[in-house]
Design a binder for this molecule. Structure first.
Ligand SMILES: [Zn+2]
Length: 350
């Protein structure tokens, strides 16, 4: 893994707006590429960065953002600011199925006939997530029991369990796979499968403009949750590390993420992400050494959490338990051996 470079914002305006929780103005990234903010209604994070690729045939959108009136109005005014309208949209590409990314795709297909593009794996993940059985609370109750969650915390976790809020609907008109090439009105994008955040997540590489669209796979400061849409039997954390490695050829490219701000220093950021997760896996390996028979709950409350364990409630508590379960799977998987050894051998910094 490279990572000697520094992480520098490409857009100070996007960075300042994110920190102030306001929408930045549409920003020109390349002569025919714009970043348009699309607010997330009542979200814990303020907005998605939708990218508008201007082609000879119209506009192609990467991650159109949430499907809500407020979000749509922002997308429309963003397009207007660059002299376009939604009627010009020819295709919509989603990095993954989460509603702050794929969200408005279906509506744009219905309204203006835009072609919807996402990965074939994500199509399977989405079908699994929207299947009627998936909304059944019984299986989640069973999970809380096997995780060893004290009964007193069940109501809070069951109350925050709302798959519908985390899911969009629809199937792709074009299902892409790793290595697919999309030619969109003069923009040639190579699809890189980057499972981890979700099993079917993709990044898109534009070699001509030296840009990489990273969705939620790599964000400049946020540590994306892992396995938020995983097929049975997958190992999202091991996949995530491999997916970070897959971006190493593009260290010099500008990074256009789904949130926060555009930046340079992809290798440096990937190295930080790996280190962050391996630190937690290593901590868990230590706890396993003390006692290999604890429940997920017992491991989770002994781990170090940025926001502290005591304040962990509702969805965040669920997320912490889920991340602990993933790290436990990873710690005991043969896929972790080499990476953990390399991590231990590295001199500790910061
Ligand atoms: Zn997102």
């Amino acid at each position: 893994m490279t990572g000697g470079g520094r992480l520098t914002p490409l857009s100070e305006a996007q960075l300042a707006a994110w920190d102030a929780r306001i929408q930045p103005a549409p920003e020109q990234i390349a002569p025919d590429v714009w970043a348009l903010p699309v607010p997330i209604p009542a979200g814990t994070i303020p907005h998605t960065l939708c990218y508008a690729l201007i082609g000879g045939d119209g506009v192609h959108l990467i991650d159109p953002g949430w499907d809500a009136a407020e979000s749509r109005a922002a997308l429309e005014s963003g397009l207007e600011a660059i002299g376009r309208t939604t009627a010009d949209v020819r295709s919509v590409i989603a990095t993954h199925f989460h509603p702050d990314h794929l969200g408005a795709a279906q509506a744009l297909r219905e309204e203006v006939g835009a072609q919807v593009v996402f990965s074939d794996v994500e199509d399977s993940v989405l079908q699994q997530e929207t299947a009627p059985a998936a909304s059944d609370l019984a299986s989640y109750r069973e999970q809380l029991r096997t995780w060893g969650v004290p009964k007193a915390r069940w109501d809070e976790l069951l109350g925050s369990f709302d798959r519908a809020a985390h899911t969009s609907t629809g199937t792709p008109d074009v299902a892409v796979v790793d290595g697919s090439v999309l030619v969109l009105g003069g923009h040639r994008l190579q699809v890189i499968a980057t499972p981890g955040h979700t099993d079917g997540h993709i990044c898109l590489v534009d070699d001509e403009r030296r840009l990489v669209y990273t969705g939620d796979h790599v964000l400049p400061r946020i540590y994306p949750g892992i396995g938020i849409g995983a097929l049975p039997g997958s190992d999202p954390l091991a996949d995530y590390f491999d997916s970070l490695d897959r971006l190493s050829p593009y260290d010099e490219y500008a990074v256009l993420p789904g949130h926060e701000y555009a930046f340079h220093g992809l290798g440096a950021r990937c190295a930080q992400l790996v280190k962050h997760h391996l630190r937690r896996t290593t901590e868990l390996v230590g706890l396993l050494g003390e006692n290999p028979d604890r429940t997920i709950w017992e491991y989770a409350r002994r781990l170090t959490w940025t926001a502290g364990w005591e304040g962990m409630t509702g969805f965040w508590l669920h997320s912490a338990l889920r991340q602990t379960a993933l790290h436990l799977d990873y710690a005991t998987s043969p896929r972790s051996r080499d990476r953990l050894a390399a991590h231990r051998a590295e001199p500790a910094r910061h």
